[in-house]
Design a protein around this ligand. Structure first.
Ligand SMILES: CSCCC(=O)C(=O)O
Ligand SMILES: [Fe+2]
Length: 202
């Protein structure tokens, strides 16, 4: 079905200046992955910087996720045809320990990773173009898209609980390809798209 102008407008990623998404460069201390791992002093990473890495974000109202016209517009404009809901907590997620471990292994995917946090919170860590880790704090209402080929990982924070919608274009493929994947076509495509001088593509 054709996409209307209103839908295009609704689906625009959050204007950089309005985004409440908080991100920062990480220390590399071996403490618990669930801790914030901020540098001292804190070194924030702005949303503008995340956009340069191809990371998109929206602030939505999680209370109305079943009927939200903005979420519907994003799905229509970006072709997100699949949705499910995952609860990540020791009680709710089968094979919790194993999953938590694999979420936190640095990896890429052959598609976007699209998550909408409905409740709780967690951290998506992404590598910047100099290979430094940026930690993105996501909480209820945050929708985030990690582009195909970006090195990333996920962890719960100290709250130990996230409920998130997973979205996908077509039949979902969740396969992680753990680093190193520098010769993988999704990785080379990412590097080409987002390395300095190229124009970020939405
Ligand atoms: C917040 S979604 C849980 C993590 C996950 O699905 C993933 O890393 O692929
Ligand atoms: Fe992933």
């Amino acid at each position: 079905m054709a996409v209307s102008e209103v839908e295009y407008h609704l689906a625009e990623p959050q204007p950089v200046e309005d985004s409440e998404l908080e991100a920062w460069y990480m220390d590399d201390l071996p403490a618990d992955q669930r801790l914030p791992h901020r540098l001292k002093p804190n070194r924030p990473a702005g949303v503008a910087q995340l956009r340069k890495l191809g990371v998109l974000s929206w602030k939505l109202n999680p209370v109305q996720y079943e009927t939200d016209p903005k979420l519907q517009a994003i799905c229509k404009v970006r072709g997100y045809s699949y949705q499910d809901i995952i609860t990540v907590s020791p009680e709710k997620l089968p094979a919790y320990e194993q999953k938590i471990k694999s979420f936190f292994e640095e990896h890429i995917h052959t598609d976007e990773e699209i998550r909408y946090i409905l409740d709780g919170s967690g951290y998506f860590d992404v590598r910047d173009l100099n290979d430094a880790w940026i930690r993105i704090a996501c909480k209820a209402g945050d929708m985030i898209v990690l582009p195909e080929g970006i090195y990333h990982r996920f962890t719960l924070d100290e709250g130990n609980y996230t409920k998130a919608m997973r979205l996908f274009v077509g039949e979902p493929v969740w396969t992680p390809y753990n680093r190193p994947q520098d010769q993988h076509s999704s990785r080379t495509k990412y590097v080409e798209r987002f390395t300095a001088g190229s124009i970020p593509v939405q």
